[in-house]
Ligand binder design. Structure first.
Ligand code: S3P
Length: 449
């Protein structure tokens, strides 16, 4: 599929408020499928339609089914029957994690303490991402037996083994690695302690606690002692909040296209909403209402006043913010081009290990569209200007969904047309992205071929 985004016409803007729906939070959904399967409960997860689910979630569903977890998908919900710790079946074939790093890392933690062997594979992007550093931590600190392909990449072979307690210091802040270690920690007798250099997203800790597991976090250290008992009702309905990372693209589009939008039931976990604070400090007008907490995860309605907002002050990003905005950095980079002054992103070397090398790919795209950017080893500096008008051209996403969406949003300000080839790449996290973008900017601006 090829998408062409046309420049804004001279027609008067329609200022009616759009209420938009977003895909479910990917991070929470992966954990619900994996942690839920360790319980003995029936878990119902309402969905709008199977086609609206991020493809990454489908990868986790298929992997869990291959491990013998009963998961049924109907029009309006997914029903998972937890099998309990240690009750998976040996998979008959390799588990394909597709594009999903979270699926691969969390499964490494889950499978290393089972009584059988398994093998994880992934698509070409996932197969170029580092797996050895997590394998080494699980092997060296908890006694697992995981081998990676040469250069520490996929496929990953996991020979299930009895694990032992351990204390782990993560070399980088990473929710995926932390979660893998904690999930492995449920499969042993004794304590696992994980310390990160900075705090990363805490969905695993929150979900385990909501499922009755005793888990303690202080500063950046989390501990869990097993054996543990999952203490939840026999049947639960878990409403996964909308994904705040996907919301970011619509919020930015609303500000650039000067539209007001409402997003309901958006997850606003403190370890995920930092980019909103950064945008608010730069001039975003937003109202957060209808706050509600379910299973330890806060959600709210976000009303974005794109008509009134003027994001023009450079972004202030501190080192400890980086893990909390790691997935929003492409979007923040795109918006920083319109902010007066220098936005500096540093200590973000992990971006080179994402679905693409996001530092070099961002710099390449931003430069191609006319922005002033300087690449550094662990980040970049953007020299922004509120009068910046991006050039037209082709977005180069190299299969990375967030680069495609960030650049699509940034180039809404271009006076020339912009194209995205293999545009369906966005389905990894946001299958209806172009439909929702069209609701904000007008469908006459988007050509699909
Ligand atoms: C995720 C953690 C982040 C993020 C990824 C999802 C998770 O990676 O980039 O998209 O669900 O745990 P880190 O492991 O670098 O924190």
């Amino acid at each position: 599929m090829k998408i062409e985004i046309l420049p804004q016409g001279m027609k008067e803007r329609n200022t009616s408020v759009q209420v938009l729906s977003l895909p479910p939070d990917k991070s929470i959904f992966h954990r619900l499928l994996i942690i839920g399967s360790l319980s003995r409960s029936t878990i119902r997860i309402p969905i709008s339609a199977i086609e609206d689910l991020p493809i990454d979630i489908i990868s986790t569903i298929l992997a869990m089914q291959s491990l013998g977890v009963p998961i049924e998908i109907s029009r309006s919900e997914i029903e998972l029957q937890g099998v309990g710790i240690g009750n998976y079946h040996e998979p008959k074939h390799q588990l394909n994690c597709g594009n999903s790093g979270t699926t691969a890392r969390l499964l490494m933690g889950l499978l290393c303490g089972q009584k059988f062997s398994s093998k994880l594979t992934g698509d070409s992007s996932l197969s170029s991402r580092p797996m050895k550093r997590l394998a080494d931590l699980l092997n060296n600190e908890l006694g697992s037996d995981i081998t990676t392909a040469p250069e520490g990449k996929m496929p990953v072979t996991i020979n299930g083994k009895d694990l032992h307690p351990g204390e782990v210091l993560l070399p980088v802040a990473s929710a995926q690695m932390k979660s893998a270690l904690l999930i492995a920690g449920l499969h042993m007798n004794g304590r696992v302690l994980v310390t990160e250099p900075q705090q990363s997203r805490d969905h695993t800790e929150k979900m385990l606690a909501a499922f009755g597991i005793e888990i303690y976090s202080e500063n950046t250290t989390t501990t869990l002692t097993s054996p543990q008992h999952f203490d939840i009702q026999r049947e639960i309905t878990y409403n996964v909040p909308s994904d705040i990372s996907s919301a970011g693209f619509l919020i930015a589009a609303a500000v650039i296209a000067r539209k007001n939008i409402i997003l309901k039931n958006v997850g606003i976990n403190l370890t995920r909403k930092k980019f909103l604070d950064i945008l608010i400090a730069s001039g975003l007008e937003i109202e957060i209402s209808s706050l509600k907490e379910e299973f330890g995860e806060e959600r709210a309605t976000l009303e974005i006043f794109g008509v009134e907002s003027k994001i023009s002050r450079r972004f202030e990003v501190r080192i400890e913010d980086i893990p909390k905005i790691i997935d929003e950095i492409p979007l923040l980079a795109a918006l920083a081009c319109f902010c007066n002054g220098q936005t500096v992103i540093s200590n973000a070397g992990e971006l080179r290990n994402k679905e693409s090398d996001r530092i070099s790919l961002l710099v390449k795209n931003l430069t191609a569209f006319g922005a002033l950017v300087k690449e550094t080893e662990d980040g970049f500096t953007i020299f922004g200007d509120e009068k910046f008008i991006p050039k037209g051209g082709a977005i180069e996403h190299y299969g990375d969904h967030r680069i495609a969406m960030a650049m699509a949003v940034m180039t809404l300000k271009s006076k020339e047309s912009v194209t995205i080839s293999d545009a369906e790449v966005v389905s990894v996290s946001y299958p209806n992205f172009y439909r929702d973008l069209a609701l904000i900017i007008g469908k006459e601006r988007i050509n699909i071929s």
